[in-house]
Design a protein. Structure first.
Length: 292
């Protein structure tokens, strides 16, 4: 199992320093969250909190995750970056493909695209995308991304997207993995059928076990159970070296963590506290697990 640092809600000036510190500590990747904007009123509940309320405010700092990946990639050598997860529903996949190909080139193919549908009707409406049939639209958007990022002259004529022959250069040097987020049956089916992996929001170990087992059933149903498949998880009730061993035994391949929160600090901890927490997590978890 590898470890990913989540930089959710971190001030933007800290990102490059955190990337360097994470690489030095032995983290494998950085998970980049996505938020297009903060609408004062929303017509839907946030799906990953018990009361449906958002965990952030209008003043919480966010950056475009692809811009952040390019910036952090410039100051690191081996660290990977992936979105966890980018809201694909409100976005145009052709424009997104141009961004993804650029980030892949700038980072030396150290980028993976985690995608979800998106949950707020306002983001769809105000970005010019229909909220209705959003799942089918995202399925087709993934097809478009695979096609264009594969390189060469391509065309697509679908229900939601239609274009004649075009090419984006340079194409990524190797396949950009696409990870699918979401906890619903529809999301799990999408991950099993179309994804190179699945990315969770906050879950307990019992929920993770059941979900990973269901993904295994669905991948077999789609004839993909022999293919590589990543499980990126945010587990909220198993920590420490033994806890991460338990996660690995459940099938987690990539644990997403926020070390300073595990140390009892808030998301607003200063940069030195964050660096100390990264080093402590590496000493207490990453290095002992790597040593067996």
């Amino acid at each position: 199992m590898e470890f990913t640092l989540s930089v959710a809600m971190c001030p933007l000036p800290e990102l490059t320093a955190l990337a360097r510190a994470a690489e030095e500590a032995g983290f494998a990747a950085i998970a980049l969250p996505d938020s297009l904007f903060y609408s004062e009123h929303v017509a839907a509940d946030y799906p990953y909190t018990p009361d449906g309320e958002r965990m952030w405010t209008a003043e919480t700092p966010w950056t475009d995750p692809l811009v952040a990946a390019a910036a952090m990639g410039a100051v690191t050598e081996r660290l990977r970056f992936y979105t966890s997860v980018l809201k694909l529903g409100p976005r145009n996949p052709l424009l997104l493909a141009r961004q993804v190909a650029s980030v892949a080139a700038l980072t030396g193919d150290r980028f993976g695209l985690g995608v979800g549908i998106g949950w707020t009707p306002e983001e769809f409406e105000w970005c010019g995308a229909p909220f209705e049939r959003r799942g089918a639209r995202v399925d087709e958007a993934i097809e478009v991304l695979r096609l264009v990022l594969g390189g060469g002259m391509v065309e697509h004529h679908g229900e939601f997207f239609d274009f004649d022959r075009l090419q984006m250069s340079p194409a990524p040097g190797r396949r950009v993995p696409i990870y699918v987020g979401g906890h619903t049956e529809r999301a799990l089916r999408r991950a099993a059928a179309r994804g190179d992996g699945w990315s969770s929001a906050m879950m307990r170990i019992s929920e993770l076990r059941a979900t990973i087992a269901r993904l295994g059933e669905l991948r077999a149903e789609f004839g993909r159970d022999a293919e590589p498949f990543e499980i990126q998880a945010v587990c909220v009730d198993r920590f420490g070296a033994d806890g991460y061993r338990e996660q690995a035994a459940a099938g987690v391949t990539d644990a997403i963590v926020v070390p300073w929160v595990l140390d009892g600090h808030g998301f607003d901890a200063d940069i030195e506290v964050k660096r100390d927490s990264l080093r402590r997590f590496a000493d207490e978890v990453i290095h002992p697990l790597a040593a067996g």
